[in-house]
Design a protein around this ligand. Structure first.
Ligand SMILES: Nc1ncnc2c1ncn2[C@@H]1O[C@H](COP(=O)(O)OP(=O)(O)OP(=O)(O)O)[C@@H](O)[C@H]1O
Ligand SMILES: [Mg+2]
Length: 242
């Protein structure tokens, strides 16, 4: 049996048959607004709140104050407290991106990750923004290899968000897909009245998972993934979205 890290996200751990593989890296893919950053925030928050595991958040996309506002509006009420007490460390885009020459470097991140062995959970948001600063594919490959080595050597169970257009039609063989141990997708479909959200776990190395597509919700109570297909009918949608 591999060691697992529970996300604490309602419904998700059952789909993952217990949780993420400990010390692994999982891509959280999805279009804008599908909930990637919030899923990651809740993962870090639950680490502190329920499992006594500290977290670190690298955001190339948002400012710390906005991250906090979003977290608190989403039911993660003690977010500010956990950040102030240092149990969740946030490096936001203003800290990570040097606006003078519009550059982001891997080095300060690696320094922080290896400085102390105190974090168990990492959220890296997003891969697209981070790799935008890299000169070419070779640099991207080298940096991502280095990053994943450091992550697993430092006992971090990591979520990396990735903006990904269409699922199922993935033709690219980006290096991150090989480096990541796991991959999950968030997506949404609009109906006349509402937006329906779904989650699909594509893969999790070394660990069996549920491979169906599951409906999910985001509201002030956080994330909720409905574990069985009958949720489709519960949501007045007896047919598959595809
Ligand atoms: N309190 C809330 N109640 C209901 N829905 C919410 C709440 N807070 C956030 N959301 C939903 O979550 C979505 C934002 O999620 P999030 O910022 O995690 O998306 P994302 O995938 O990271 O997007 P991006 O690619 O733009 O960074 C919003 O579009 C909104 O619909
Ligand atoms: Mg986001």
């Amino acid at each position: 049996m591999v060691a697992l890290t529970e996300t604490g996200i309602d419904g998700l751990d059952r789909i993952l048959h217990g949780g993420l593989v400990r010390d692994s890296t999982t891509l959280v893919n999805g279009n804008p607004g599908t909930g990637k950053s919030l899923l990651g925030s809740e993962y870090l928050y639950n680490g502190v709140d329920q499992y006594d595991e500290d977290g670190i958040y690298f955001s190339f996309e948002e400012r710390a104050a906005d991250i906090r506002d979003a977290a608190e509006s989403f039911g993660l009420e003690r977010w500010g407290e956990y950040v102030e007490s240092g149990r969740i460390t946030v490096f936001d885009k203003e800290m990570l991106i040097d606006s003078e020459d519009y550059n982001a470097s891997l080095e300060p991140l690696l320094t922080e990750l290896t400085r102390e062995d105190r974090y168990d959970r990492l959220l890296f948001d997003s891969l697209n923004m981070f790799t935008m600063f890299m000169a070419d594919d070779r640099e991207k490959r080298q940096d991502l290899l280095k990053l994943t080595e450091v992550l697993s050597a430092n006992g971090l169970t990591t979520l990396i968000t990735k903006e990904q257009g269409d699922i199922f039609t993935q033709t690219d063989v980006d290096i991150e897909n090989f480096l990541a141990d796991g991959s999950l997708y968030l997506f949404q479909r609009s109906t006349d009245q509402s937006v329906r959200r779904y989650l699909w776990v594509e893969k999790m190395r070394k660990h069996d998972i549920e491979s169906d597509i599951f409906p999910m919700r985001i509201d002030e109570g956080g994330f909720k993934v409905y574990e069985n297909a009958s949720a489709f009918s519960m949501m007045n949608d007896a047919v598959s979205p595809f």
